[in-house]
Design a binder for this molecule. Structure first.
Ligand SMILES: [Fe+2]
Length: 407
């Protein structure tokens, strides 16, 4: 099938953002449960701000900003675009209303449509689409965290059946197998045609020692064994920062676990022991790997194996519906996978000129790289070279674990 045109990708992405908020009230869509998470309404507005600021304002002569004072509300972190509301205060915006934000989106969509004919704007359009796809994933994980705060455990999609009875993860998880790699000098990073974020390049050489990477993710059932074996109470398994975090936060299970249930977009549901474990921190992933006699892969080992897998395969987001890891073949889908690699610039990396240069490079401090794609990642968004990144204590994303070992 021919790849969809940029204009078609734009429309599909914008429609999906809006379909995800269809089950939400204005109050739901305005909730902010923590500083790391943003209200669903803010995601809808911020992605629109991005299109208006970097495409329409710069490249649509005569475009009139319908709400100039909203710039202050919906700039995320772009210093070059001036002052903005503090991140922790995004949940205090009862106005503009959800309906007003949706009207603004329609206004911007109409103004953008004629610009897809300009090939000079293709790279910027691809960046805007990828940006909104990233916010679709954040919208899903942020609203899950927000609804989780409600003692009644409301479901975002109460009328849809739970996927648990028919999901491919139900049944026995496959025995763990390994992808073996002989080591050697490998090429890492993006080059050539097709969109990629700046942090995926330049392509460069990396020396790998022989290693093996697990052929599936760690499951809920395996994580239950780790808990039963006292994994959260044994400091020998933990990085020092991780042990301090476990004690300070009184952590004893993945986020959203309660007894044999877990919180999902469909409220509290039974937990499938054969499905991949998710909502774990880097600290937890590292401790589990140590307990299992294995380790986390480096991001380079992961990419060397992933180069032979379909990045659009597995359990990824195809539409506005509940999402849950189920157990995919291949390297992509279900959960983002922790690596032991710090998020750092590749040799020769240069921050792009202009405000868009603030997109990735300035976050290369203190974070770890995750690879793959999750059940909340828009299918087609990720690549073998894609670098996701979070702080090691964070676990409200669909984060999981694939073991590695030295050969
Ligand atoms: Fe953003």
């Amino acid at each position: 099938m021919a790849r969809a045109s940029l204009a078609e990708q734009y429309r599909a992405t914008r429609r999906l953002s809006e379909a995800l908020v269809a089950p939400l009230s204005d109050a739901d869509a305005s909730l902010q449960s923590m500083e790391d998470a943003s209200p669903a309404k803010w995601h809808l507005a911020h992605t629109t701000w991005f299109w208006e600021t970097f495409v329409l304002r710069e490249h649509a002569p005569g475009y009139h900003l319908p709400h100039p004072d909203w710039q202050f509300l919906f700039n995320s972190y772009y210093e070059a675009e001036g002052a903005r509301i503090s991140r922790a205060a995004r949940g205090l915006l009862s106005r503009p209303t959800l309906a007003e934000v949706l009207d603004w989106r329609a206004h911007v969509d109409a103004a953008i449509a004629p610009l897809f004919g300009d090939p000079a704007l293709a790279d910027l359009m691809a960046l805007g689409i990828a940006h909104e796809q990233q916010h679709i994933e954040l919208l899903l994980t942020d609203i899950k965290h927000a609804l989780f705060q409600n003692p009644l455990g409301p479901a975002m999609w109460p009328d849809l059946p739970s996927r648990l009875p028919e999901g491919p993860g139900v049944g026995k998880a496959a025995a763990l197998g390994w992808h073996h790699h002989p080591g050697g000098v490998v090429g890492i990073g993006h080059e050539g045609a097709g969109f990629a974020f700046d942090n995926e390049g330049p392509r460069h050489r990396v020396l790998l020692e022989p290693f093996a990477l697990a052929d599936r993710l760690v499951t809920n059932g395996e994580w239950e064994q780790f808990i039963a074996d006292g994994g959260y109470a044994d400091p020998r398994l933990w990085l020092a920062d991780g042990w301090a975090w476990v004690q300070r936060e009184q952590v004893g299970a993945p986020l959203y676990w309660r007894e044999d249930r877990h919180f999902t977009h469909q409220g509290w549901q039974p937990r499938d022991p054969n499905a991949p474990v998710t909502h774990i921190s880097h600290f937890e992933a590292d401790a589990f790997a140590t307990w299992a006699g294995a380790r986390l892969p480096t991001e380079f080992e992961w990419e060397a194996i992933a180069a032979n897998h379909d990045p659009a395969g597995g359990n990824q987001l195809d539409g506005a519906a509940p999402v849950l890891p189920a157990g995919s073949p291949g390297l992509f889908g279900d959960c983002w996978q922790f690596t032991r690699s710090a998020y750092l610039p590749y040799p020769g990396f240069r921050v792009a000129a202009g405000a868009v240069g603030e997109y990735n490079g300035k976050f290369m401090s203190g974070q770890v790289v995750l690879r793959g794609a999750s059940c909340a990642t828009v299918r087609g968004h990720s690549r073998a070279t894609y670098r996701n990144f979070f702080y090691p204590h964070q676990r409200w994303q669909f984060t999981g674990l694939r073991l590695a070992k030295d050969a």
